[in-house]
Design a protein around this ligand. Sequence first.
Ligand code: DGP
Length: 112
Amino acid sequence: MCIFCDIVEGKIPSTKVYEDEYVIAIRDLNPQAPVHDLVIPKKHFDNIVDLAAADDGTYSAAVIDAIAEVAKAEGIDEGFRVINNCGADAGQSVMHVHFHVIGGRKFEEKII
Ligand code: DGP
């Protein structure tokens, strides 16, 4: 069972901000900034390493395009952060690859 597969299939409700053939973007349940969305490939990949190994580039490219579309739709395309937690040591809690698109406030120069 995978929460994000269930969200993709509509079995768990979410607030969608973007969708195309390969990707959805939803509002994060626990936002860390005024804008905090998750870009999620519709196909299950465990993490970014799995995505790189198992995808022919279709989903990877769709993710990049979706990130830009989400940033534009949310009005943060002048400045935002993209975060991917890969693996438990990095704090990945949902093992279906996803990219946090975060903005709407100024960030410090330090990443962490
Ligand atoms: P990560 O720690 O990188 O695996 O991020 C997982 C994110 O997913 C976390 O910020 C909270 C969010 N999240 C977990 N469950 C749900 C859910 O059911 N709906 C939504 N919208 N977000 C969720």
